[in-house]
Write a protein of this length. Structure first.
Length: 431
């Protein structure tokens, strides 16, 4: 009965619906979209037009809407032959206009306790996702009687507990690595703010489990981004507190031990994804993907992306035509692998610059500048870490060209950004 009474309140309905969205975020596009639709119905049945103007003037909301408007502009300058592709691109980026508006009218009234609960729920969701993927990999091992499958003539192994073999049941390993990295940082925050002694003791084990899972996913840029942001956060805390507390010593020791264990026991194929980072030479005209390392294939893609950008001027190609422009460069430069596999730029900055021109790139950079400014201004260090981690992940993945990359940005960062504010504080002053 109490639950039913609570659901009579617009803001309580919003909280419970958003909690479902947060939990199912890594699991199901359908369920996530369905409950976002329910949030939308809740939004329109509420007197949203009476929402204080300061809510609509938040910089993060305005920049997200501006970024989507740039996609619409890109749609109009797209050649007619690519309008169908452009419309699909717009659909993928639709959360940039729908989700922020829905969140802006609900998040401002949430208590810090509710915001913390949503962040904790996200950590539990990422943990459940990891366990589900491990169970799926275990089933594959059990059903096949082998730890891997083989490709081609049998010389290439596809390990069930590594990279795409581990994540394929839900999403690409690059996107899953972003979920896990964000979950780890949110887990650190949960551990620091937990009041229960038993919870403070248990959470480091959960964080350690997620770090191991991140390594198994083998997302190079995500692991490097995690290490870089963690090192900066650690150094900042040491300088700020003028002491090296036990928790930081434990975190550092765990990372060192994991690194040592990786060098000693990791399979050679897994090591090669990282040792290949030292090899920068490549032949653009090489006939197969196996003639490239993980990093040199990116260098080849970026070389061609820069060429396509140079050919398409200030405004870019418009939505939908960017991939065609890349394919033409692949053909001109005889990049056989890129042409056969229809590779995208694998860098969101290049991808945005090519499709939406200089203005699109500037708006994208402005979005993350807003998150960084907001985090620093309000000492919201979790926002600083998560937005930095997400942005660095852009450097080797076109994150905003897929649903999972867009939706986690549009939902998780705005929630984290609310940590420093009291309920309804935005009705008094825009931040």
């Amino acid at each position: 009965m109490e639950v039913l009474n609570a659901l009579k309140s617009y803001h309580n309905r919003f909280f419970y619906l958003l909690a479902v969205v947060v939990f199912f975020l890594p699991f199901s596009e359908f369920i996530t979209s369905l409950f976002l639709l329910f949030i939308g119905v809740n939004f329109f049945t509420h007197r949203f037009w009476k929402t204080p103007k300061s809510i609509w003037q938040q910089p993060w909301l305005l920049v997200m809407l501006l970024f989507f408007c740039m996609q619409i502009v890109g749609l109009y300058i797209t050649p007619e032959a690519f309008k169908g592709i452009a419309n699909k691109k717009i659909e993928t980026k639709l959360p940039f206009v729908i989700v922020p508006i829905f969140l802006a009218t609900g998040l401002h009234a949430m208590s810090k306790k509710q915001i913390h609960q949503l962040i904790q729920l996200f950590v539990l969701s990422v943990t459940a996702m990891a366990l589900f993927c491990l169970a799926y990999a275990s089933y594959n091992v059990y059903s096949t009687g082998s730890w891997h499958s083989t490709w081609g003539n049998g010389s290439l192994r596809y390990w069930y507990f590594l990279y795409s073999g581990l994540s394929e049941v839900l999403m690409h390993p690059g996107y899953m690595s972003v979920f896990v990295g964000l979950g780890i940082f949110c887990g650190f925050h949960w551990q620091q703010t937990a009041t229960s002694k038993s919870l403070k003791t248990a959470l480091p084990f959960l964080i350690g489990f997620l770090i191991v899972f991140l390594i198994l996913l083998q997302g190079r840029i995500n692991i490097l981004s995690f290490l870089f942001v963690s090192a900066l956060a650690l150094a900042f805390n040491v300088v700020k507190n003028k002491s090296f507390t036990k928790i930081y010593a434990i975190i550092g020791a765990v990372l060192v031990l994991l690194g040592a264990a990786f060098v000693v026991v990791a399979p050679e194929g897994m090591k090669q994804r990282f040792t290949g980072l030292a090899n920068f030479s490549y032949d653009l005209e090489a006939p197969t993907i196996h003639d490239f390392t993980g990093i040199t294939i990116r260098f080849a893609e970026w070389e061609c992306a820069r060429e396509a950008i140079a050919q398409n001027g200030f405004w870019g190609t418009g939505q939908g035509a960017a991939q065609a422009a890349l394919r033409q460069v692949y053909k001109d430069k005889n990049f056989v692998v890129g042409l056969e596999m229809d590779l995208n730029a694998h860098n969101q900055l290049y991808e945005t610059r090519l499709a939406n021109g200089v203005l699109g790139l500037l708006i994208l950079l402005l979005l993350f500048a807003v998150w960084q400014w907001k985090g620093w201004l309000h000492k919201n260090y979790l926002l600083l870490m998560t937005s930095s981690f997400y942005f660095i992940s852009f450097l080797s993945e076109s994150m905003l060209e897929r649903y999972f990359g867009v939706i986690v940005l549009c939902i998780i960062l705005p929630i984290i950004a609310r940590l420093h504010l009291d309920p309804c504080s935005l009705t008094k002053k825009s931040t």
